[in-house]
Design a binder for this molecule. Structure first.
Ligand code: FNR
Length: 347
């Protein structure tokens, strides 16, 4: 069996059942999480032939950061439930693959500790009602060397996970979560997600941090355009791994509309959700993504083999991408265009 296909099962044997369920589940009826992978596999290729594919180059940049391959790690919480070293092990794994790490604002590791690993990292932020909390987190991230701010916009309220039995929250130990919450006597209201945001928040974040702002959770061309007009330098097409509005369109389907709306105006487009194989990455790049991000596979890999597992996941996917690129008649992500793809059926 392909190593990546066995990862979730191997992780399930090591994780408490409630943690495994928390990682894998979607919100509500699980419609979006259930169709994410299939949506990528619903496209078909129109490969080129008689092209010299003897030498492949996957290297690219994301917001100016050089990476070995266009495959990044999406921000996710609870990494200390997967590995005792949590985000630090994830960072080491990503760093060894010369990729970029998204760090959740709920992470269980101090930003300074992550920065010290040397990995290029982007802070994912949820703006909360008490802006003082957000400001102080942003300042700490800048201080620790974050290269960009990823603003998650699909979470004005948290999607409901319909848990049965024990939940992951019963298992979290102090210090495993929210290690970067500034000290203070915060109320639930202070910490609640801000649900009154508009595109001006992009300028506010850029001004506060001096960093490029990437907006995560966009599924429509018109919203992507609003973000770009407000100064966003990147867009992550994402439905949060099916964990927010259930029934949201698959990212495989949303990507072409977003890429088309942004055109060639310099805003970088990324995509996450259900990316599991080289063919999925080939599809995403041809449809306009500059890079893809993986969420759950990185958590499974971290659980199974700590930092080396994460590195292997990224390098295996890169090898698969190189292989599929050659089969498609291409040698670099930069030569891919949407005419490589045709649609058979799309969930
Ligand atoms: C997430 N995701 C997420 N996103 C975010 O912006 N902030 C966060 O704190 C988290 N936390 C989180 C925890 C867990 C357990 C999962 C599975 C996901 C969403 C994540 O960044 C990404 O959008 C999806 O995981 C991508 O889909 P795949 O690759 O998991 O299918």
């Amino acid at each position: 069996m392909r190593w990546i296909d066995g990862l979730e099962g191997a992780a399930a044997e090591k994780l408490p059942e409630a943690v495994h369920r928390y990682f894998r589940q979607g919100s509500a009826a699980g419609v979006s999480v259930g169709e994410a992978v299939a949506a990528w596999s619903a496209y078909r290729f129109r490969p080129r032939v008689l092209n010299d594919v003897s030498s492949v180059d996957l290297k690219t940049t994301v917001l100016g950061v050089p990476v070995d391959a266009p495959i990044l790690v999406a921000p996710s919480t609870m990494q200390r439930m997967a590995d005792p070293d949590g985000e630090v092990a994830m960072a080491r794994g990503v760093s060894a693959a010369n990729s970029v790490l998204g760090v959740s604002s709920n992470a269980g590791t101090k930003f300074a500790e992550l920065g010290a690993t040397g990995v290029p990292w982007w802070l994912q932020i949820y703006v909360v009602r008490n802006r003082d909390i957000t400001r102080r987190m942003l300042d700490a991230a800048v201080e620790a060397g974050a290269r960009a701010i990823v603003l998650t916009v699909d979470t004005p309220v948290v999607g409901r996970k319909e848990d049965e039995g024990a939940t992951v929250w019963d298992l979290v130990q102090p210090g495993q979560l929210l290690a970067n919450l500034p000290a203070g006597d915060w109320t639930d209201d202070d910490l609640a997600k801000a649900d009154d945001l508009n595109p001006d928040v992009i300028g506010w974040l850029a001004e506060r941090t001096g960093l490029p702002i990437v907006v995560k959770g966009v599924l429509r061309g018109d919203d992507a355009k609003r973000c770009a007009d407000a100064g966003a330098r990147g867009i992550i097409v994402s439905n949060h791994g099916g964990r927010q509005l259930d029934g949201s369109i698959s990212t495989a389907r949303a990507l072409p509309e977003v890429a088309e709306a942004l055109g060639s105006n310099g805003v970088e487009v990324y995509v996450d959700g259900g990316i599991r194989r080289g063919e999925h990455i080939l599809t995403a790049l041809a449809l306009g993504a500059r890079a893809v991000c993986v969420g759950r596979p990185a958590l499974w890999a971290l659980t199974v083999d700590s930092a080396p597992g994460v590195t292997r996941l990224l390098t295996d996917l890169a090898e698969e991408l190189a292989h599929t690129l050659r089969l498609s008649g291409h040698t670099s992500p930069s030569s891919l265009t949407a005419d490589l793809i045709t649609t058979i059926t799309t969930p």
